[in-house]
Design a protein around this ligand. Structure first.
Ligand SMILES: N[C@@H](CCC(=O)N[C@@H](CS)C(=O)NCC(=O)O)C(=O)O
Length: 195
């Protein structure tokens, strides 16, 4: 949503409540067989699932926005690498933390899943913190979808004081992208831990 606002794309939101007994509905399963959100229908009837893929696809539909470095840009490999890193490591750990019941039944086992997920999440953020060199955005002077994806994922599950203290470079880059009024508006509506 924030990315759609940043690139200036028109869109219509279909709200889905994943905490109701009828989740996932047949309507959602028809477009995303895993029954997950987000899922997007793009111009031309293209359905895209997986948050990282849809952010890249949206950014590439609006090249003038600069939200995805061009295929021959020097920042391109790092952009793709970190987008996939977040999708392959951070998001699954967040999922295990919030949806521990999917992989463990007893309360004791679920507690352990949550504890281990948090440990992994903190390691994933520390690894990224050690590798980046924001200037002032993660890939240089201009923001990309990577700043947005990092900001969104870092607002989930981890303690915010821990994040700011342990990942000061990521937190500073996050402050920059969250300073954008379009991002701040979406964040205010979606994150209780923002501002
Ligand atoms: N790999 C997916 C994960 C999406 C995901 O876990 N979405 C959650 C909400 S944050 C969801 O739909 N949960 C409901 C469910 O799994 O049934 C992505 O990156 O988009």
């Amino acid at each position: 949503m924030a990315l759609l606002d940043l690139v200036g794309a028109p869109y219509r939101i279909v709200s889905i409540d994943i905490n109701t007994p009828d989740h996932p509905t047949a309507e959602l399963l028809a477009v995303n067989p895993l029954g997950q959100i987000p899922t997007i229908a793009m111009p031309g009837g293209r359905i895209v699932t997986e948050s990282a893929a849809m952010m890249i696809a949206i950014a590439e539909d609006y090249p003038e926005s600069g939200m995805a470095p061009a295929t021959n840009a020097p920042e391109r490999p790092a952009f793709l690498g970190w987008m996939v890193y977040l999708a392959a490591n951070v998001y699954p750990a967040v999922r295990r933390y919030f949806f521990s019941g999917e992989i463990a039944e007893s309360e004791t086992a679920r507690d352990e899943v949550r504890r281990m997920a948090m440990k992994e999440l903190q390691r994933d953020w520390r690894v990224m913190e050690a590798a980046v060199d924001p200037a002032p955005y993660l890939l240089g002077r201009a923001p990309t979808a990577l700043d947005l994806y990092t900001a969104m994922l870092s607002r989930w599950a981890v303690d915010q004081d821990w994040f700011r203290e342990s990942c000061p470079k990521l937190a500073a880059a996050r402050d920059r992208i969250e300073d954008d009024p379009k991002v701040a508006t979406v964040w205010r509506e979606n994150f209780l831990n923002f501002e």
